[in-house]
Design a protein around this ligand. Structure first.
Ligand SMILES: [Mg+2]
Length: 391
């Protein structure tokens, strides 16, 4: 859009006055109208004026009425209007402002003052137009970015285990999965390795797009390590995963990028009713005889860390009907409640003890409702993923 030559509409019933103004404003592009109706017609068609200088006393509709009507036209509402008037009493000036004018120029004209007022209003109009343009550009760029991320969500969703497959291989279960943004850093993986059911819940560093990149990579590595190589031992899965993340991102103690994931891996052997568990920061929770057991994870991330000893493989037996939970840190770190505090893992453990009594299908709603009530319309702190299984 060319801003170099603003267009001014001059409205005056006196030809002498019009000629005089045309001479003073010769450096601008000009349109002229002899009365209010012609002004309305010109202002409503292309090219649109950037400023309107409007005489007050005219035959037909006067300047005030013309101004009011111009302000009601959708395309003219933003065009500044300056009154040209010999009536400079306060009541006339106020009437002009009430009709929608931004300024007035007293007659007889003081030429430098007239030029200064015109220039002033055109500068403001230009700044407003630029703001509108910038807003439109930002909105358009934002729409494109959001559309891209929304499409990425479809890809991410398709990469996660499909519902039908999970129904087939897992015992009764639920997944409460609620990303903070459109795409998620939290993810899960399930698969069968011989007689073992491998269930994994993970939390990539960060959330949103960077978290989602890492989660896609994590899913690919798990497909390789557990799916293709058929490794069922949780600690070995984690050892392999850590090695490959460090190698793939060339991570050293000095690297800028030390991203990775926190993760919990369970391998269930239904025949012997035994479980194996290994974790990087994220523990496993088991409700047994109305008591909560926390099987701790190692405090070593799946990325370059200060310690790099092998992960601990925990083995325990379970009884049919017990509830097992795997969770990322998002649920416990949600702010809210009466004192705007975190739910904390102590709060989450209480919920697990209480809700484990419910049928598994009802547990998801129970956890989700609690979470939403706690958040109470506030901002979600992190991606949330909570998986529950009835063994
Ligand atoms: Mg998290």
């Amino acid at each position: 859009m060319a801003y170099s030559e603003p267009l001014i509409l001059l409205v005056d019933d006196s030809q002498v006055s019009i000629d005089f103004l045309k001479d003073i404003l010769r450096n601008y592009r000009l349109l002229t109208a002899k009365d209010g109706m012609e002004a309305l017609r010109l202002a409503g068609s292309e090219p649109r004026p950037d400023l309107i200088l409007l005489d007050v006393v005219m035959p037909g509709i006067d300047g005030y009425e013309t101004c009011r009507r111009l302000k009601q036209m959708p395309n003219c509402a933003g065009v500044p209007i300056i009154f040209l008037t010999a009536q400079t009493g306060a009541e006339h000036i106020i009437k002009g402002f009430e009709a929608g004018a931004v300024d007035y120029i007293p007659k007889p004209y003081n030429i430098p003052e007239l030029l200064a007022r015109v220039k002033n209003q055109l500068t403001l109009k230009l700044a407003r137009d630029q703001n509108i343009n910038l807003m439109q550009k930002i909105e358009s760029i934002n729409r494109q970015i959001v559309a891209g991320i929304r499409y990425a969500r479809k890809i991410q969703k398709a990469s996660l285990p499909q519902q039908a497959y999970m129904e087939k291989i897992l015992p009764e279960h639920f997944i409460f999965f609620q990303p903070k943004e459109i795409v998620s850093g939290d993810f899960y993986w399930v698969g069968k390795v011989g007689e073992h059911l491998v269930v994994i819940v993970a939390d990539s560093t960060g959330h949103g797009v960077p978290g989602a990149f890492m989660s896609m990579y994590g899913l690919a590595l798990l497909n390789q390590i557990v799916g293709a190589q058929q490794i069922s031992c949780p600690a070995t899965i984690l050892d392999n995963l850590r090695e490959q993340v460090i190698a793939s991102f060339n991570q050293t103690q000095l690297s800028e990028i030390k991203d990775g994931m926190d993760i919990s891996v369970v391998s269930i052997h239904p025949k012997s009713k035994t479980l194996q568990f290994a974790g990087a920061f994220n523990p496993m929770y088991l409700i047994s005889d109305s008591e909560l057991k926390v099987i701790s994870a190692d405090s070593m991330p799946i990325s370059i860390g200060v310690k790099d000893r092998p992960y601990k493989n925990n083995v325990l037996s379970y009884k049919a009907g017990e509830c097992l939970y795997l969770v990322t840190d998002g649920f416990a770190s949600q702010f809210g409640g009466i004192f705007d505090k975190k739910i904390k893992s102590s709060g989450l453990k209480k919920l697990m003890l209480e809700y484990s009594q419910l049928p598994i299908r009802e547990q998801k709603d129970a956890f989700a409702s609690y979470f939403e009530e706690w958040k109470a319309g506030g901002e979600q702190t992190d991606d949330v993923l909570l998986m529950g299984l009835r063994l």
